[in-house]
Design a protein around this ligand. Structure first.
Ligand code: NCD
Ligand code: ZN
Length: 345
């Protein structure tokens, strides 16, 4: 019999962008409506690299959150010249949840990121020593590397090296986008991955078609081939403990999504992310594994308690609003204007 409702332990989102200023006010409660905790990415215009910035940002988020017991977690943005004493202190005091590696110029606000992996080995040593995770944007951007091969190239040239040099370092390969990446995670120790809704729903034809670009399906890493989508769907819906939710919901004002050279990568899915994941698991006939993916595998990997409250989803059609509009902010919602058949009760 088809299931008409499903109750799961309250989810967390292990990778989301909430930004700052009026954008932060516009999007925060799209995530707090269903999540108990979120890992909020530190790639603000001025990246979060110090304790002070991190504490202030978390306070700001909490002051906006409707749900007063919402917990924002923020990783330190790794640069090649961090103050390692402060970094270690902030990790030990649970100010930073871990650290985020952005290869320089791989994505939005990554120009302060890492140019040469060896230059952050001392930071990785600290992470390994205090047993805090390294979150990775796993794409190598260099001349001659096709945009569709960036994840594989990063794994082959850099992740393998990191894995070998720091065997006890906990790693999350964020927004894994390829079969190659997901297989790597599956076959190696101490590494897990988040998977976004878009990488479970779209292929490159949904982004690049008729020699033009759909800017609202453009994100980093770019969505790939059907074989990648099938592999990611299978890992996500199988209950495999190494894979868990991380929406990578990444809002940009619509004016920054006009197809031109500077079109910003990022897809804003927070208004319907849990509903999208539920529909995907329903399509895969795997609703019994939804809770593992959304609410159990993440906290287990991150060593956090599993939430003790629940949310309920019902099978009921609704249309996702086209835009999120607030003050001067206008964002195109992923799946906006389309019909979804799962809804949060
Ligand atoms: C993210 C953003 O806009 O901050 N963009 C994206 O395409 N995913 C950054 C990121 O996670 O790569
Ligand atoms: Zn992201």
């Amino acid at each position: 019999m088809n299931k008409l409702n499903i109750k799961i332990t309250k989810p967390d989102d292990w990778h989301v962008h909430l930004r700052d200023d009026s954008m932060l006010e516009a999007v925060t409660n799209c995530s707090t409506r269903i999540n108990q905790r979120c890992i909020v990415m530190p790639n603000l215009d001025i990246p979060i690299t110090t304790q002070k910035q991190c504490l202030e940002y978390k306070e700001k988020i909490k002051s906006i959150a409707n749900q007063k017991n919402f917990i924002p977690l923020v990783p330190c943005y790794l640069t090649e010249n961090l103050n390692l004493i402060e970094f270690k202190d902030a990790l030990e005091n649970e100010i930073f949840v871990g650290a985020k590696l952005y290869p320089s110029n791989a994505t939005t606000n990554s120009s302060f990121g890492v140019k040469k992996i060896e230059n952050i080995f001392s930071s990785l040593e600290v992470l390994e020593e205090v047993n805090k995770p390294l979150l990775i944007h796993g794409e190598k951007v260099s001349e001659g590397v096709d945009i569709f091969d960036r994840e594989k190239k990063f794994i082959d040239d850099e992740l393998v090296l990191i894995r070998k040099k720091f065997p006890n370092l906990k790693i999350v390969l964020e927004h894994v986008s390829s079969k190659y990446g997901a297989d790597f995670v599956n076959h190696n120790d101490n590494i897990a991955a988040t998977i976004t809704p878009q990488h479970l729903m779209l292929t490159k034809e949904d982004v690049f078609y008729n020699e033009s670009l759909n800017p609202h399906h453009f994100c980093m890493p770019v969505v790939k081939e059907e074989k990648d989508l099938i592999s990611l769907r299978s890992y996500a819906s199988s209950g495999n403990k190494k894979f868990f939710i991380g929406t990578d919901s990444a809002p940009h004002h619509v004016d920054n999504k006009i197809p031109k050279l500077s079109c910003k990568p990022g897809i804003f899915s927070a208004p319907c992310s849990i509903e999208l994941y539920t529909s995907i698991f329903d399509e895969e006939d795997a609703l019994e594994n939804l809770e593992d993916f959304c609410s159990i595998n993440g906290p287990k990997f991150y060593d956090y308690p599993i939430n003790n409250n629940t949310i309920e989803l019902i099978k009921e059609e609704w249309i996702v609003p086209e835009f999120t509009i607030y003050k001067d902010v206008k964002i195109k919602n992923f799946f906006g204007g389309k019909k979804l058949n799962w809804k949060v009760k």
